[in-house]
Design a protein around this ligand. Sequence first.
Ligand code: AHR
Length: 367
Amino acid sequence: MGRNFRRAGAAVLAALTTTALVACSSEQAPQAEENGGGGDDAATETISIGFSQVGAESGWRAANTKSIQDTLTAENGFDLKFSDAQQKQENQIQAIRSYIQQGVDVIAFSPVVETGWDAVLEEAKAASIPVILTDRAVDSEDESLYESFIGSDFVLEGEMAGDWAVEQYDGEGFKAVELQGTTGAAPMIDRQQGFADAIAGSDIEMIDSQTGNFTRTEGKQVMEGFLQKYDDIDLVFAHNDDMGLGAIEAIEAAGKVPGKDIKIITVDAVKDGMQALADGKINYIVECNPLLGPDLAEIAKKVVAGEEVQKRIVVEDQAFDQEAAKEALPDRQYCRARRVVGGAARRRARHGTGRTDRQHGTVQHGS
Ligand code: AHR
């Protein structure tokens, strides 16, 4: 039901998320909201919150950790207990159990993989400690095990990447390879599905797909293997920028030109990825917005105050080609998302496809 819930989540959301090829706006949300506004009455007492982070595998993760640590501050009414699970589920379970023992007010975590959470979530529920999921989903049938799930629509990210590939390269008989994220992680499963759905019916052929575990080092290693195995790769779809950046190194070492001989599409839009896009080494990036701290703060305050919260909060993502990256780079920061209409999502909305019905949710940031 957890995955089904994600699929159906759009139905309970207030508005249609649409995406566009736009540069990141410099518009800032009001300061109170940036710092986790909402639930103001509850801010008078300090909220103890235990947060179990996936790890430090990528530039995205670093930005996400910073957002959480910068937002859940004492000044903003929080006592944050933060732990890094080093990409290991057992470490996350241990951290959550420790937060339960400490009797924190709220537990939040970004699950490294989707499966295997029910037992520890039951323990949190038995201890009457509310749980908030950030960034990644769990596949728990029982949705009462968590209060809310805040994060991007990963299937849509994969679709946006695949739609652009089709727009640019269909008809050229491209052979593609995929650098997957961590096996069993929600963004790995969903981005793979979204991309496959989008290229189905085109003549782009996915000839191989392996995990690079969302890291630059493993992305490079997997790409080296692909380059030894195949001499006709036209396109790489990397589930994050870091693996795409690793692939660039492997492609250059093999004497080919990334972005020209082999096109590269990635997800995240961290600064290094955007620089590579502006330099022409990456061809397209779909953003995954890591600034989840303010939403987490707001939802945590509401949950502690006993207020209703939305079960699913979808964060809007944008996409960038080379020109958009050049424009955005000088003051590139992850901005609070805004609602824009354009590109593939607008087309799907117009045609009323199942994907639009299934996936596109609302945007909470600053709106
Ligand atoms: O869950 C979000 C993903 O995790 C990001 O896309 C990736 O960079 C990170 O490791």
